[in-house]
Design a protein around this ligand. Structure first.
Ligand code: MSP
Length: 562
């Protein structure tokens, strides 16, 4: 049996409420999951929350509540948002879960116990004392990056003193050659470790410059809110948050280091990790593959990273201090979840950054959904109701959809004093194949959702143009053109059936609505008809099929007066 398509997202920090960047990533994960289901694949989508760490500890302290109470409150907000945005996942990774904590500790133990026979010391982890600049107020060590232009640490750090600290380190730099060769080999084999391509060179550059190892512990005296190290390491150490968080991808998928077979896990792994560009280097691009290698994962068992860009506000980063955080909850309440999903999936190129704009959300919704798609649906259903009492006659077009003799209709229209038709309408079946096979599918397969959806929307535009050119309301007046009208109405309804399938990963409710209005929502046994890409082939609606009534699916959003 083929493995499911296993897709994960980053797990969000629970030190504040979700924002539009979190929403984008989870909707992207959900859309890819729905697309692969559309292709008939088994899919497993996992998302969750990163509940430990200094930032969470500090936010909880500020509110004067216990960290677990604090993270439970924030976690509830994330859960409610995914419900509202129709993000459907198969596993929820919340890192304060006992199974995850056990797994992290067991992994540390396994790496600690993996001894080099020559030295008797662990091959992966060592203990070391480092001296550094420590901010008493922020409870963290500072690096040169934190120094101001004058070379001093600013007042925000409070008292800064030199301190010695003993910690555990995970070896990274000795794996640099392996990591570089692995990344190159994956690209050469045509299955790059990182998508999109330009991120591969970015990562390779970082790997070349890699120095130092990763400090994976914090003394419990300054970080309490984390997973305690196993006792065999000595008392008083807590796991650094990244070493804890990255493990979620395997711990919640059923991995446990001492299990000989890990059958549940092996049936799923490896995953496609959907992450933002800020956490590629070093966390996912360096720490994570080396951690997996340390656990004995072979090169063929390494995951793939899909790295998306960021939503900015007028070119600047969203941040609490600037007060420009965009709240996805408020947008979904105001415009509906599907309007938000559509905007997030179409107004950014997968991998690149974009500027968030509420005005563009409204403009795109009105232009693409209310006008273009909504009108096509409405016109198709209304005309079929008016001219054919809703009933379709299946006329398969053979290259040219038009009157028996295209010049006849042209002449007829000319006779009415208005030349509206200079070309015949498209070959719908060929166009639909073209859009599905050459535009939609290849782009969706490469996770370029914006272009995939654009293919669907281009097909909508084409149908609308065909209506404008053919003017079925004129054709309907002339009994000579019965076949033209029949084929046009069939072509439009059939196109809508296919368009609904194509947009269903992004707009599952609207797609269902289109199916319902086409009276195609249930199969012959009365069961809900699933969306399947295999059904996006021309000719699915049978001869004599009766369409439903038009109901506005995408009411226009009225822009507030200037
Ligand atoms: N907890 C870590 C991830 C651990 S994964 C093992 C973290 N959390 S986060 O809450 O800061 O970010 C979660 C995800 O949201 C990241 O992939 C990040 O890139 C993404 N985004 C955060 N802000 C974003 C935008 N403004 N735009 C798009 N995505 C952004 O990092």
């Amino acid at each position: 049996m083929p493995k499911p398509f296993f897709i994960t997202t980053a797990i969000d920090y629970t030190n504040g409420a979700p924002h539009i960047g979190h929403a984008y990533e989870k909707v992207l994960g959900d859309v890819l999951a729905r697309y692969h289901r559309l292709k008939g694949e088994e899919v497993f989508l996992m998302t969750g929350v990163d509940q430990h760490g200094q930032k969470v500890q500090q936010s909880a302290e500020k509110e004067g509540v216990a960290p677990q109470v604090f993270v439970d409150g924030i976690t509830a907000k994330f859960l409610a948002l995914w419900e509202k945005l129709d993000v459907r996942y198969d596993a929820w990774a919340a890192t304060t879960d006992a199974t995850h904590k056990d797994c992290v500790r067991a992994i540390l133990q396994k790496l600690w116990d993996d001894k080099d026979p020559a030295t008797g010391a662990s091959r992966w982890i060592y203990k070391k004392t480092e001296r550094g600049w420590y901010s008493v107020r922020q409870e963290q060590f500072l690096t040169d990056k934190e120094r101001g232009a004058d070379g001093e640490f600013g007042p925000e750090w409070g008292q800064v003193e030199e301190r010695d600290e003993e910690n555990f380190y995970f070896r990274l730099k000795e794996h640099r050659d392996w990591l570089r060769d692995f990344i190159k080999a994956r690209s050469e084999a045509g299955s790059p470790f990182v998508f999109p391509d330009f991120r591969v060179s970015e990562l390779l550059n970082a790997v070349e410059k890699m120095e130092g190892d990763l400090c994976i512990s914090r003394p419990a005296s300054r970080l309490k809110w984390g997973i305690p190290f196993p006792e065999s390491f000595g008392a008083g150490f807590v796991t650094y948050v990244w070493f804890d968080a990255l493990v979620n991808y395997i711990s919640f998928a059923g991995y446990y280091p001492s299990l000989p077979e890990n059958p549940k896990f092996n049936a799923l792994w490896p995953a496609l990790h959907v992450i933002g560009k800020d956490i590629l280097i070093p966390a996912h691009g360096v720490y994570w593959p080396i951690m997996l290698k340390a656990l004995g994962f072979a090169d063929e068992q390494m995951p793939t990273l899909l790295v998306h860009g960021w939503w900015n506000i007028a070119g600047a980063k969203m941040s609490k201090s600037t007060g420009n955080i965009v709240d996805p909850n408020a947008l979904a309440d105001k415009y509906g979840a599907e309007a938000l999903r559509y905007y997030l999936m179409t107004d950014i190129a997968t991998g690149r950054d974009a500027d968030f704009s509420e005005e563009r959300l409204v403009t795109r919704y009105n232009a693409d959904l209310a006008n273009s798609l909504g009108n096509l649906l409405n016109r198709t259903l209304s005309m079929t109701a008016k001219y054919r009492a809703g009933k379709l006659t299946k006329v398969i077009s053979d290259g040219i959809v038009g009157p028996d003799k295209p010049e006849e209709i042209e002449a007829a229209i000319k006779a009415e004093g208005k030349i509206v038709m200079t070309v015949t309408s498209p070959d719908f079946s060929a166009e639909s194949r073209n859009h599905v096979e050459h535009l939609y599918q290849p782009n969706m397969d490469r996770h370029i959702v914006n272009i995939g959806i654009e293919a669907g929307m281009r097909f909508v535009t084409l149908c609308n143009q065909a209506i404008d050119i053919l003017q079925p309301w004129r054709v309907a007046k002339d009994p000579k053109h019965t076949k033209v009208l029949d084929s046009t109405l069939y072509d439009l309804a059939e196109s809508l059936r296919i368009i609904a399938i194509l947009i269903s990963p992004v707009l599952p409710k609207a797609a269902r609505g289109i199916f319902a209005q086409l009276n195609w929502d249930k199969d012959e046994h009365g069961n809900e008809r699933p969306f399947r890409l295999a059904d996006a082939v021309w000719g699915g609606l049978p001869d004599g099929h009766v369409l439903g009534q038009p109901i506005p699916l995408f009411p226009r959003i009225e822009k507030p007066a200037e």
